[in-house]
Design a protein around this ligand. Sequence first.
Ligand code: AMP
Ligand code: FE
Ligand code: FE
Ligand code: ZN
Length: 284
Amino acid sequence: MPSIDLHVHSTASDGLDTPSELISSAAAIGLRIVALVDHDTLSGIPEARDSAASHDIELIPGTELSVEHGERKMHLLVYFLEPGPGPLQDRLHGLRNGRDLRNRAMVEKLRGLGYGITMGDVLAHAHGQSVGRPHIADALAANGLVPDRDTAFDDLLADGGPAYVERERLTAIDAIALARASGAVPVIAHPLTTGSRVPLRSSDWAELLRDLTDAGLGGIEAYYPQHNQRERDRFAEIARALGIAATGGSDYHGEGARRNRLGVGFGDLNVPLSAVDELIAQRR
Ligand code: AMP
Ligand code: FE
Ligand code: FE
Ligand code: ZN
């Protein structure tokens, strides 16, 4: 059984479990270290931290950002980012505003396509600061317009889908610099599920990761449910060669939200404890 999970979401963004429910579930399956990385917000951290203290779990505070690098779009995990003022912390509010504008535009687009939901319907499915496409998906499902979240993404909401609208993103380079200036460690999330209009050959990966590491990247999320064992090993090896951390986590969003389960992903995830030591070594 794994003892750590460095990628979980709560109701502060698009997870279905509250921060304390998450921590209770983590304790129940024997996790010792959990990183809460809600999209564009740290608002779940205080509750998660309180709950972690009472369950003898170590909580790593963080967030997950959507960034761009040239033509490429990717997610960036930011670890050891403390709630409160700071260079990156101060930007999160603006990023959530960008979400709001994008969400409204997507609701308009959906209405134009004959899916009669309102922004009120969407907000009724959000329970925290950071609202996004999963909540739009839930509103569509609750109104009987699609069978479930996944279908809403497949048919309408996925990148490039009929109802998709782009939102403001930081560049990867700026986000990495802001994270470092805030005393945090930026890590590239699930590199193989990174949305990209440019096909990624392996030689491109080496160059991309080298450039981002030069800019301050502190790790690669090698251990991820959607990566097979070969891919996990390969990204861990690349991280080692670059002198940065090989991290991992389940990307759990709640039972039923997606197939990823807390701690174990699709059942075969076992993030090594060394991931945390490597992350700590990346703090400057
Ligand atoms: P947003 O940040 O609002 O653009 O929404 C992106 C989020 O939607 C991701 O972080 C995932 O949690 C979720 N997501 C992306 N693709 C899918 C999918 N195919 N099915 C369900 N959830 C998805
Ligand atoms: Fe998410
Ligand atoms: Fe992600
Ligand atoms: Zn995530």
